[in-house]
Unconditional design. Structure first.
Length: 294
């Protein structure tokens, strides 16, 4: 099996490359200078030349805060570049595994979203993911789209590093008890991606869209309390640094957002079980502070 990892320098990509290396699986993880998704002609040429069995795309535009201010950039990365990549994979006979997001849904459902729920994105980022998914369906039959809930890592910008950065700076970290999701470490996502790659390499007909999130949903404020408790082992932090966002107070049903995904289909199809996130969070926080030591 020859694997091409796109976005190998990112939060998920780094963990995936480490797993592939540990398992002695042949892979390429070209830098953006070598393989730039925005250069569609070059992408097609390189994939045709390298002939990977599986392409795993962990790259994309994921900044919800900025997407509404630069929608053209967001759609270019998550729709147009994904469409071109799907064409290149199909032409080369490569299977495509594409990361997507819970944001394709409106977040209004009380229970976890399943693959049978109809996407209804409320904002630019979710819309770009949904349009990208449709491009893959139309252009590359041999694909797996993996939708994820909250992604957390000791690297880059995510819910946990945002909190830890605010603790380091002594600033309050606004949180909201009405936002609920399943924190999923990039280490856990990499494990799932590797398991998918290994099974589809056996020519199983399991193409389509799947959901994965770690076990145990939690609201944003409760997650912040746990992060604070873990971080307090390394730095002095005051509980006053966890104020509730006044614009979204508990009980305000208009501001409730559910990012939880049901992973049952993935479990039944591939035998991949959801793992608890708490032990992974503890390692994440430890790695965050260790990376700051001289």
């Amino acid at each position: 099996m020859e694997v091409l990892v796109i976005g190998g320098a990112g939060q998920i990509g780094q963990e995936l490359c480490q797993l592939l290396q540990d398992e002695d699986i042949s892979y390429r993880a070209p830098s953006r200078d070598l393989l730039d998704l925005e250069d569609h002609k070059n992408v097609k040429q390189l994939i045709a030349e390298w002939k990977p069995d599986i392409v795993i795309n962990t790259a994309g535009y994921r900044d919800a805060g900025h997407a509404n201010y630069e929608p053209s950039r967001c759609y270019k990365m998550n729709r147009d570049c994904v469409a071109s990549l799907a064409d290149a994979c199909n032409a080369a006979g490569a299977a495509l595994i594409q990361i997507s997001s819970w944001r394709v849904f409106d977040g209004d459902k009380k229970d976890a979203f399943t693959e049978k729920d109809t996407p209804n994105p409320k904002e630019v980022l979710g819309g770009s993911f949904w349009l990208g998914e449709q491009q893959i369906h139309q252009r590359c039959p041999r694909h797996i789209i993996l939708r994820l809930s909250w992604i957390i890592s000791s690297r880059g910008y995510n819910r946990v590093t945002r909190l830890l950065d605010s603790f380091e700076e002594g600033k309050p970290a606004g949180t909201c008890p009405n936002h609920r999701g399943c924190p999923t470490t990039t280490e856990d996502v990499a494990r799932v991606l590797l398991a998918l790659a290994l099974q589809i390499s056996c020519d199983l007909n399991v193409w389509g869209t799947y959901h994965y999130s770690a076990a145990e949903p939690i609201d944003e404020y409760s997650l912040a309390e746990i992060v604070l408790a873990e971080a307090s082992q390394y730095v002095n932090i005051q509980e006053s640094q966890l104020p509730v966002d006044d614009s979204e107070k508990e009980g305000d049903t208009q501001s409730e957002i559910n990012a939880c995904l049901n992973s049952t289909r993935l479990q039944h199809t591939f035998g991949i079980m959801s793992r608890p996130w708490r032990s992974g969070l503890a390692r994440l926080v430890r790695n965050y502070y260790q990376s700051k030591q001289p």
